[in-house]
Design a protein around this ligand. Structure first.
Ligand code: RVP
Length: 506
């Protein structure tokens, strides 16, 4: 006979936190959101990789590319670069994140000495950049010969045929710095010499980067940025359970800090085999998360298989129609609560703590707080990040409002059928996701600042300064459908939709 759960399957929206005592020194500015990302012997050793904020971006083509990864790591979280692209493309994205140096810009508007003033004007119009290095071969990595800025020419007085070599500021008059110079030192040089930009060159005099006057201030304001031992941004990458023997080495080589097997349903031998292959070839040096599961059995299976973290969630994603099409899944809150219990039980038995990630279904910022209170160590979000400037999708105008495109990995648009693969012939497939729009919300930094402040405030309401303390002290209550109505503005006539009225993150 089939097994029946006693409890209904609940979503985050059906829960609230009941405040606890807030000591006077428990203020949002003192809250630490640091959280473990991979398995470790809690109490005996430090977690080898932690996040500085408990948010990661979804393994989706509409969400996590290298641009998003840099923006999110700057704020202390991590992106998982999407895996539904060629191995070379995914590895290149990872490599770009690892090569990215905040404040060090690879020049994309470059001149050769033979080019003309007319071409300078054209290039400026095309790229919008007025600082143009002149190199021997006209590339951004050629031997530096000089620089052209707006101060070097006057269109009213000079012929458009004049060669760059005649009016550029030549190398001997330029201040440059060598590769390895820190952003702080570069900034000091810029100030001492009253420069607008500083070219960084290698030992052979080839151009590497430009550092601009304004960038130091922008980059020193990120105290939570997530960096590896070599001060490079950290980044994750999605893998699948088919081409791992080729994909994993390429991603490791490119510098991925952690991998995650991306599948809609992870309680399978395929995931076990993938983890086993990684352990056989890399031991525990390569960290790999697995999922998704929604109950104790699924968690135990992946924990025993050696997963470094376990991802929870089937069917709760905003673009996901798995529950509709296949009738499988579980309410995200119930799944998180049960898997958190299984994680704690596993820790009691083995001394090994395996972080868990609640993936999908975060609609309001406070759902993140609820997920953490229920035991999640971090959350994965797709829709939330898709709305920002930094996401890879197009910004479009729909009925007078700016939107960003957002589509599921199981939609016909993504055709990531491998994520839903259960073996067998592939001649037939069906959609488990939709193609949609989400309201455009501006820069990631501004939005995350508000979200994180809300989480910190909620934690203080519960008397907690760290996530483990929050999980320990949190008191959660299921709410009735009538109290859900009471939870929003009610029985008043709204004047306008100011941010106060809606805390929906859309
Ligand atoms: P959300 O944050 O609610 O947009 O959910 C994002 C999550 O949804 C992803 O991390 C993934 O687990 C799931 N997903 C991605 N594509 C699809 C689909 O097409 N069904 N689902």
């Amino acid at each position: 006979m089939a097994y029946y759960y006693d409890e209904p399957s609940r979503t985050f929206n059906e829960y609230l936190l009941v405040p606890g005592h807030t000591p006077a020194d428990c203020i949002p500015a003192k809250v630490s959101l640091k959280t473990p990302l991979v398995r470790y012997r809690k109490g005996e050793e430090e977690c080898p990789i932690s996040l500085n904020v408990p948010m990661v971006s979804a393994i989706m083509a509409a969400v996590s590319d290298d641009n998003m990864a840099v923006a999110l790591a700057t704020e202390g979280g991590m992106s998982f670069i999407y895996g539904n692209q060629t191995i070379e493309q995914e590895a290149a994205m990872v490599a770009r994140v690892k090569a990215y140096k905040a404040g060090f810009v690879e020049s994309d508007s470059n001149l050769s000495p033979e080019m003309t003033l007319g071409q300078v004007v054209e290039l400026k119009e095309k790229t919008g950049h007025s600082t143009m290095p002149v190199t021997s071969d006209g590339t951004g990595t050629g031997k530096l010969l000089g620089i052209v800025t707006e101060r070097d020419y006057r269109l009213s007085r000079m012929s458009l045929d004049l060669p760059v070599s005649e009016f550029m500021t030549p190398l001997e008059k330029l201040v440059t710095a060598t590769e390895g110079t820190s952003l702080k030192v570069a900034n000091d040089i810029i100030w001492d010499h009253k420069l607008n930009s500083l070219p960084i060159v290698d030992d052979e005099g080839n151009l590497k980067y430009l550092v601009f006057r304004q960038d130091y201030d922008t980059h020193k304001e990120n105290p939570l940025e997530l960096l590896d031992d070599e001060k490079r941004y950290m980044v994750g990458a999605g893998i699948n359970s088919r081409d791992y023997a080729e994909r994993v080495p390429a991603l490791v080589e490119a510098g991925a800090d952690v991998l995650c097997i991306d599948s809609s349903e992870g309680f399978s031998d395929w995931q076990k085999m993938t983890i086993e292959w990684i352990r056989e070839h890399y031991g525990t040096d390569v960290k790999v998360g697995a999922g998704n599961v929604v109950d104790r059995d699924g968690f135990r299976f992946l924990a025993d298989a050696g997963a470094d973290f376990v991802k929870i969630g089937i069917g709760g994603g905003s673009i996901c129609i798995t529950r509709e099409t296949k009738g499988i899944g579980r309410g995200q809150a119930t799944a998180t609560i049960e898997v958190a219990k299984a994680r704690d039980e596993y820790f009691e038995e083995t001394g090994i703590y395996i972080p868990i990630c609640s993936d999908g279904g975060i609609v309001y910022d406070h759902h993140i707080s609820l997920a953490l209170a229920m035991g999640a160590d971090f959350v994965m979000l797709g829709r939330y990040f898709a709305r920002f400037d930094e996401s890879p999708s197009h910004k479009v105008m729909v009925n007078g409002t700016y939107m960003k495109e957002y589509w599921g990995e199981g939609s016909a648009r993504a055709r990531n059928w491998g994520r839903y693969d259960l073996g067998g012939k592939k001649s037939l497939s069906f959609e488990e996701g939709v193609d949609s729009y989400v309201p455009y919300a501006g820069p990631l930094k501004d939005n995350m600042a508000v979200t994180l402040l809300k989480i910190r405030s909620t934690m203080c309401n519960c008397g907690a300064l760290t996530i483990p303390e929050f999980q320990d002290k949190a008191k959660l209550t299921v709410i009735s459908s009538t109290s859900i109505v009471e939870g929003g503005a009610h029985d008043v006539l709204l004047k306008d939709k100011t941010p106060y009225v809606s805390n929906v993150t859309n």
